[in-house]
Design a protein around this ligand. Structure first.
Ligand SMILES: [Zn+2]
Length: 440
């Protein structure tokens, strides 16, 4: 089977490639990139004129909710949503029920993700650092690594005890497992539901101070500097955290970080009349924070863009603001939001956009992906993006089971139109049918 993606703008940050050409996939593998004019033994052709052909997008921060909360999302619905968002690899977080803290659950997730009903997207599990996400006793990280986890994290239950975090970093460094750290001093943030400041005071809501994120960011950065354990800081939201990460990188610590689209698109002002779709942890911050996040993206302090896709059922979010859960369903909107708010506004070039959405996340977690180089990919992972199509995000058309998204009704420019994981796993209705030809 030979599939030709013809005449697109090939953007492959792993080889600094930005040129017009075609990509040939044969037997689920990329075999040729460049000018391919001979169509004589091609089985199918997708005309990509005006589109980008990129390495499949990689989302290192996704909540699939299975096992335990299948009413919010399942591995099947979540991977289908990922494919529609342009992703070919996603990392799933361990705060499931029971938590992902032993090899049996790793096996379960990998089995489910490989089932024919799933979206065809590779799922790379992230294991809990401590048993039950309790922050007390390390889980069997070595056994989970053998079973297939790619990183360790206690995610939304960040380890408060510095001695235990230090021990985790020493051990993870020995076994070659990166740590992903959501940074929050929970004694400072406890009971809060939005950014602490004038807006929280006006709304009468308890605030989450920026120091709760920054103190934990500083601690984790220092522990990484001294243990040499690779640490990836999740969902950075304050200008202070960006400055801390910039400093620790300059000192040579193996620290990387991500930002989520909610934090560069919205501010605390968007909460308006207590709209729970805008309730995040860390919370939406201020215009000054957004400005500094954009600078951090431009100068490379912020390495990646991740969705932090956090689905919740409608009945769970239709409650008073301070009772609602944190997080939003975002995986199908992240690429569109990034193109609209960063690329089309000149914050990131097209190549840098794809680097932050694919090549860097794959590199940081040693995943197969983030490149079009055949020798680095067991299976072709390719995304075709129409960068200029204007569309409106509609949560009712999403594949995710949950509709709790602040991006509903947002006008976006740019969308994934084809996603390949070996063969086609998603074709958007926007992709023109007449541009596809089959010869078998
Ligand atoms: Zn998360």
């Amino acid at each position: 089977m030979k599939t030709l993606l013809r005449n697109g703008r090939i953007l492959d940050p792993s080889q600094n490639m930005d040129e017009i050409g075609s990509v040939l996939i044969e037997n689920d593998q990329v075999v040729e990139i460049g000018k391919i004019e001979d169509l004589s033994d091609i089985d199918e052709v997708y005309d990509c004129t005006g589109f980008w052909i990129t390495p499949g997008l990689v989302d290192m921060h996704v909540h699939l909710r299975e096992p335990g909360d299948e009413h919010k999302e399942t591995i099947i619905s979540g991977t289908q949503a990922a494919a529609a968002g342009g992703y070919t690899t996603i990392c799933c977080m361990p705060n499931t029920s029971p938590p992902l803290d032993n090899p049996a659950i790793v096996d379960f997730i990998l089995d489910r993700a490989a089932s024919p009903e799933a979206g065809g997207v590779f799922v790379a599990p992230v294991g809990a650092i401590t048993k039950g996400l309790k922050g007390e006793e390390l889980s069997n990280l070595a056994a989970m690594k053998r079973a297939g986890i790619v990183a360790a994290s206690d995610e939304g239950f960040p380890i408060q005890n510095s001695q235990i975090m230090n021990r985790a970093m020493v051990f993870c460094n020995q076994i070659g497992l990166p740590i992903m750290a959501h940074c929050d001093d929970s004694n400072l943030s406890k009971g809060g539901s939005m950014n602490e400041g004038a807006v929280s005071a006006m709304l009468g809501l308890q605030g989450i101070p920026r120091t709760s994120e920054e103190i934990a960011t500083m601690r984790n950065c220092l522990l990484s500097l001294h243990t040499r354990c690779p640490v990836h800081i999740m969902r950075v939201s304050t200008w202070g955290a960006v400055e801390i990460i910039r400093l620790i990188k300059s000192l040579g610590a193996p620290v990387t970080c991500e930002v989520c689209p909610m934090h560069f698109v919205f501010t605390e002002d968007d909460i308006g009349e207590f709209d729970t779709k805008f309730k995040m942890q860390p919370p939406l911050r201020t215009k000054v924070d957004v400005e500094l996040l954009l600078q951090g993206l431009q100068d490379g302090t912020i390495d990646c863009i991740a969705s932090d896709h956090s689905p919740h059922a409608s009945h769970e979010v239709d409650v008073p603001f301070d009772e609602a859960p944190f997080g939003a369903s975002t995986i199908e909107a992240t690429l569109g939001a990034t193109l609209t708010y960063l690329t089309h506004r000149g914050i990131l070039s097209p190549l840098e956009t794809i680097r932050k959405l694919s090549t860097m996340p794959a590199f940081i977690l040693n995943l197969d992906g983030g490149t079009l180089k055949p020798e680095d990919l067991p299976v072709a992972q390719v995304t075709v993006i129409d960068p200029d199509v204007e569309w409106t995000f509609d949560r009712n058309k999403s594949f995710s089971k949950s509709k709790n998204t602040p991006f509903h009704k947002m006008k976006m420019k740019g969308k994934a139109v084809l996603t390949f994981s070996g063969s086609e796993i998603y074709r958007d209705a926007i992709y023109p049918a007449e541009r596809y030809a089959i010869y078998i």
